[in-house]
Write a protein that binds this ligand. Structure first.
Ligand code: HSE
Length: 442
């Protein structure tokens, strides 16, 4: 791919000049890193990297960092017009609005783009990559997926010789922190979430995180890089962690599992399966041991086998590390197609139909302990050809609500949905069944 577009030619050692839109956590982290690690950057890069212009909402705000030495652009959309800006670093966020307009304009003006914006890429990544490649500029986004983990570089470069068969990971630190706290303290979701919000680990509006949307944005990008296909965010089946209860976490322990919010992408005979959901993974699986705010991404390549990357998925310093590594690649004139294959060669792969996932499941039913209840449950499973693997029921006083926990052998999600629909109609079952897929990962 040629890199011209009015930019310094290969071998040019003029500084690479950056315009940063958005001086929140990430934007300021980038300013700090470029200043504090200038010697490292200079050693590793043929060209200096300099911030020359910034744009943010409030010019007067005390940010604890002197930004007065940079040109100030009231309107972020004027950054690509700035004659000294070679690269626009979009650190605003959001899938539409200013962020999208800014990235589109920067590309149209022949400026490289570095972004941390997973929502923008999940919704418009393929179109933006096409535009960037046509314009001969970079669309770089290491910080958008799993923060400081250099997983995009690993997949596009170190693992590039492999056919990737599966990619999955812990892609949201907030959820991983909450689930870890729930397991370690035995407390319920709402309680742990409230505390995480007080400590600043969870947003005041936590829905993007706890409902799985943030992880789904990241998964849709990983899927494209892994399988060389167009991004299909609408093909991700998404659920979050609000319904995970302390009781399920305790049963997971008893059964030899951990509950994790995973994003999982696989190519199946039915199409590409992309799922974000809480699920049970064996305690021995590498990913089961990734706790707290950490993220992890696991890839399975046909030559390399399993590869695991673990690190911090959010925060000023890890995210800045990823953004600046993208800037360094541009300064080194190392510009690759955004999603591993040239954008016009990304395949449009069909999404696996809803219900086609095959695997074992965990079900927890709150039942009235009276004659015939287990027979009714077993009949629903028999009628839908779902085979039970194990069952736990502890004694309680007759008439009391009691948990019945079942695990199944491999079955389809559609069959489990039909079993659940039947169980909901039984008056001996007191709550909607709690269902979690079991992922037999290693
Ligand atoms: N809110 C995300 C998380 C980080 O908790 O992992 C940014 O995507």
């Amino acid at each position: 791919m040629s890199v011209s577009a009015g930019l310094p030619a290969r071998g040019d050692n003029r500084p690479l000049r950056i315009g940063i839109a958005g001086l929140g956590t990430v934007g300021l982290g980038v300013v700090k890193l470029i200043g504090e690690n200038a010697d490292i950057l200079r050693l590793h890069c043929p060209r200096a990297i300099e911030v020359v212009a910034v744009s943010a909402r409030d010019r007067k705000k005390d940010r604890g960092v002197d930004v007065s030495r940079f040109a100030w652009c009231e309107d972020p959309l004027s950054l690509p017009d700035h004659p000294e800006v070679d690269v626009v670093a979009e650190m605003i966020g959001g899938s539409e609005g200013v962020a999208k307009a800014l990235v589109e304009k920067a590309i149209a003006k022949g400026k490289h783009v570095v972004t941390a914006n997973k929502a923008l890429l999940a919704h418009h990544g393929t179109a933006l990559a096409l535009a960037a490649e046509k314009a001969g500029v970079a669309l770089a986004y290491e910080a958008a997926v799993a923060g400081g983990i250099p997983i995009i570089k690993a997949m596009r470069e170190g693992l590039a010789a492999n056919r990737i068969e599966q990619v999955y990971g812990i892609l949201n630190g907030t959820c991983n922190y909450i689930l870890t706290q729930m397991r370690e303290t035995g407390r319920e979701f709402a309680d742990v979430l409230a505390e995480a919000q007080k400590l600043g680990y969870a947003e005041a509006d936590p829905s993007f995180d706890v409902d799985g949307i943030d992880a789904a944005h990241k998964l849709s990008i990983l899927t494209s890089v892994a399988f060389g296909c167009q991004i299909d965010f609408s093909g991700v089946r998404i659920s979050g962690i609000r319904n995970v209860s302390a009781m399920d976490i305790a049963y997971a322990d008893e059964l030899g599992y951990r509950i994790k919010l995973l994003g999982i992408a696989r190519v199946t005979t039915h199409g590409v399966e992309q799922r974000v959901h809480a699920c049970m993974v064996p305690v021995a699986a590498v990913i089961a041991k990734v706790d707290g705010v950490y993220n992890a991404v696991v890839t399975n390549g046909n030559y390399v086998g399993q590869n695991v990357a673990i690190g911090r998925g959010a925060g000023e310093r890890p995210t800045a590390s990823a953004v600046v590594s993208d800037l360094m690649d541009i300064a080194r004139d190392r510009i690759l197609p955004a999603f591993s294959a040239p954008a016009d060669q990304l395949k449009k792969l069909p999404a696996a139909p809803a219900g086609s996932h095959v695997g074992p499941y965990y079900l927890r039913l709150m039942v009235v302990d009276r004659p015939g209840v287990i027979a009714d449950i077993a009949a629903a499973m028999r009628d839908e050809s779902v085979s039970m693997e194990a069952m736990i029921q502890r004694a309680r006083a007759p008439g009391e609500a009691v948990p019945v926990v079942l695990t199944t052998h491999d079955t389809t999600e559609a069959a489990i949905d039909r079993v659940v629909a039947r169980l909901k109609r039984l008056d001996s079952i007191l709550e909607p069944p709690h269902v979690l897929p079991i992922e037999l990962l290693s």
